[in-house]
Write a protein that binds this ligand. Structure first.
Ligand code: UDX
Length: 460
């Protein structure tokens, strides 16, 4: 099928690449002409695992093309995926102006009827507004625009895998023919008829993912409800970690046992600096706002937000407890991205930690496997190092802010020798307290025992 993707952020590019890999003819467009020029010359402007491989393969096979002219993309396609940004406004509501602009473009540029698929994360009822906007902006009454809500469940860093091996595909529709067309679009994915970039030999066997057909309002709600529930789980684990610290229990032991209950599940119970990124904080805010507009006070989500905001304060309390005076001290930050395996620093707890350390007059050195250039553009006052050992050399404290495997696998004996003081404040519970004790580090983490170095023990 001929498909257009409007918006070449990570969701748009992953959607375009994977649907092209699944055999569709895909044309991608974006208002950022530089981004389109980069993509045309084979450069991938974002770091997303496997994405470069898939984009290269579909570029060679001619399944994908790029244009800065949205009109061309719209006219060339039967179905159009809207993947533009919906950033939060000051009141927590989602800013839907980009969707509105795209609706105007589709309505005025189309020369034939289209299936318009809303993939951007939007509050419930947006699809219905989108349908109204499409007919209001259209000058040709002979054209019809059928609207579908098809929320994405793509985690940054594993988005290609999530797209090609979904747990479920949700399509919110108003008529059977839209549902049939969506099934046709996703058929190669459901039947696994693509070259999988994730699994070199064969994809793990498993049942076909369900394609759930719902109303448009339900589909939109499913996205917000899922992300908010996951955020709630994280805040639950974080509040639990605070209790564990006070009563001397270990949060890993507790959440591990909890997670073995299939009704709870072990994922998203990792305590630490809390959730960041462009999705969870804004989706949670938008959901609370939406609930408020229909007269529901979503108190537990507000509490989840509150717990999350307090994580940075809790982390800094540990820094102060360990360092006493921060001003003038050299501090190393390991990790800048909002989570591992991405270069995205939007709403990253790590950047907030760096900001607060700078504000207190620390000499801040930082490293990250992928996110340095993005962080540098926001916080130029930090000294950045590609090599983590250079970042932590002579530091009086090492703050772990992102759960990269690279940090777990550091040569910690070497770290101990390079630092001015053996002090680690682990915001992601990445290291083992036993190993830290062995190496005579003073080690703080969330919801686990505090490890004192022999020198600290002697000073007590
Ligand atoms: C999320 C959703 O998971 C995805 O389905 C959606 O479509 C987009 O938003 P993403 O923002 O990429 O994906 O990040 P995710 O992997 O969900 O993690 C979100 C944040 O929670 C990160 O900051 C992460 O570090 C934090 N987190 C995650 C925890 O603090 N503890 C956990 O146990 C899990």
């Amino acid at each position: 099928m001929k498909l257009a993707v409007i918006g070449c952020g990570y969701v748009g590019l992953v959607t375009g690449a994977c649907l092209a890999e699944a055999g569709h003819d895909v044309v991608c467009t974006d208002i950022d002409a530089d981004r389109i020029a980069q993509l045309q010359s084979g450069n991938v402007p974002i770091y997303e695992h496997h994405l470069d491989k898939v984009l290269e393969s579909v570029r060679r096979s001619g399944q994908i093309s790029y244009t800065a002219d949205a009109g061309d993309a719209i006219r060339a396609s039967e179905a159009i995926f809207i993947c533009v940004g919906t950033p939060p406004k000051d009141n927590g509501d989602a800013d839907l102006s980009a969707i509105d602009n795209v609706a105007r473009q589709i309505a005025t540029e189309a020369r034939s009827s289209k299936l318009v698929i809303e993939k951007s994360t939007v509050p419930a009822r947006t699809g219905l507004e989108l349908r109204r906007a499409l007919s209001a902006y259209s000058r040709n009454s002979g054209l019809t625009f059928r609207v579908v809500s098809n929320p994405e469940f793509l985690r940054e860093g594993t988005a290609v895998e999530d797209f090609l091996h979904p747990d479920r595909i949700v399509v919110g529709v108003e008529d059977d023919s839209s549902a049939a067309q969506m099934r046709e679009i996703y058929r190669p994915i459901l039947e696994r008829k693509f070259r999988c970039p994730v699994h070199e030999d064969a994809c793990p066997a498993g049942p076909e993912a369900p394609l759930l057909v719902t109303t448009i309002n339900s589909a939109e709600l499913i996205k917000h409800a899922s992300n908010s529930f996951l955020a709630l789980k994280i805040s639950y684990a974080n509040a639990l970690a605070d209790i564990c610290e006070r009563i001397g229990a270990d949060v890993h032991e507790v959440t591990h046992a909890m997670g073995l209950d299939p009704r709870i599940g072990g994922q998203f119970l990792q305590a630490g600096l809390g959730f960041g990124g462009f999705c969870f904080p804004k989706d949670l805010q938008a959901f609370v706002h939406l609930a408020g507009t229909v007269g529901v006070d979503f108190e537990i989500l507000k509490a989840a937000e509150r717990v999350n905001k307090q994580r940075i304060d809790r982390f800094l309390e540990k820094v102060h407890q360990a360092l006493w005076v921060v001003k003038g001290k050299r501090v190393a930050i390991l990790g800048l991205a909002f989570k591992a395996n991405t270069d995205d620093v939007r709403f990253s707890p790590a950047l907030e930690v760096a900001r607060r350390m700078l504000a207190e007059g620390a000499d801040v050195h930082a490293t990250d496997p992928e996110a340095i250039s993005r962080a540098e553009a926001i916080l130029p006052q930090v000294a950045y190092h590609r090599d983590p050992y250079d970042a932590l050399r002579d530091a009086e404290a090492l703050l772990i802010c992102t759960e990269w495997d690279e940090f777990r696998q550091l040569d910690w004996e070497r770290v101990a020798k390079l630092m001015a003081r053996r002090l680690v404040i682990d915001g992601r519970n990445l290291c083992s307290p036993a190993r830290m004790r062995e190496l005579d580090f003073e080690y703080f983490s969330f919801g686990r025992e505090l490890v004192r170095s022999s020198r600290m023990e002697a000073a007590r």
